[in-house]
Design a protein around this ligand. Structure first.
Ligand SMILES: [Zn+2]
Length: 220
């Protein structure tokens, strides 16, 4: 609690004065250009990775950056919270770029690898939620482009990012805008402090260093 209070005081005294004009502009509404779905992991801080300011990114954080897919009815087969964010982001806010960001050493992916049922007695909700990450194990077997030198948990995490993007695409607001909405697969290597992007034309995750970002920017 003390840490929280100290943080709030720091925001009020150090950050709020400089950010007040921005928040005043934002007080009447938001026009974010990106929907970013990341893991709840404390080491993954979306606005740090993207250097964005308040108002720029509509963020959903879930355990394992998992999005339960849509069922036949169009409703989520899991929790409707994530689906609601997709509907609101795309239909109401008009967002056309959606990214899923996974990361190294992900506890959720470890649980999937180790067999999530081991957690059944302690965390039944978590076990149910991680079911939506199970398909990523099959996805990994079919993804020989994922770096074999990475630890298994990280390889699964990269496959999971691609799998969860497919789940995102199963929702009507995204599915009916195929070609208009751009889907991005990001992966954060915590130890290297490096974000990679899955580049479909190169068929693999590519580290986003200055050279690669320059190449991508000049290609647009
Ligand atoms: Zn994680």
């Amino acid at each position: 609690m003390h840490r929280l209070l100290r943080g709030l005081i720091n925001f009020k005294t150090e950050l709020a004065p400089t950010m007040r004009p921005l928040f005043k502009d934002l007080s009447q509404g938001q026009e974010p250009e990106l929907l970013l779905i990341s893991c709840s992991d404390s080491r993954v801080v979306p606005h740090l990775l993207t250097s964005e300011e308040p108002g720029d990114v509509f963020v959903v954080r879930t355990v394992g950056n998992i999005i339960a897919p849509a069922g036949q009815s169009g409703f989520s087969v899991g929790d409707v919270s994530e689906a609601s964010a997709i509907e609101y982001g795309v239909e109401v806010l008009g967002i056309r770029d959606i990214a899923v960001c996974g990361h190294s050493n992900c506890g959720a992916m470890k649980a999937v690898l180790d067999g999530r049922q081991k957690l059944a007695a302690l965390a039944p909700n978590l076990v149910a939620w991680l079911e939506h990450g199970e398909a990523s194990q099959t996805r990994l077997k079919l993804s020989d482009f994922i770096d074999p030198k990475l630890p298994e948990v990280d390889r699964l995490s990269q496959a999971n990012v691609l799998q969860q993007l497919d789940h995102v695409a199963s929702y009507a607001p995204v599915a009916k805008r195929k070609g208009e909405i751009r889907l991005h697969a990001l992966w954060f290597d915590i130890a290297k402090t490096m974000v990679s992007l899955y580049e479909a034309d190169r068929g693999r995750f590519v580290a986003l260093d200055e050279q690669e970002i320059g190449r991508l920017l000049s290609a647009r």
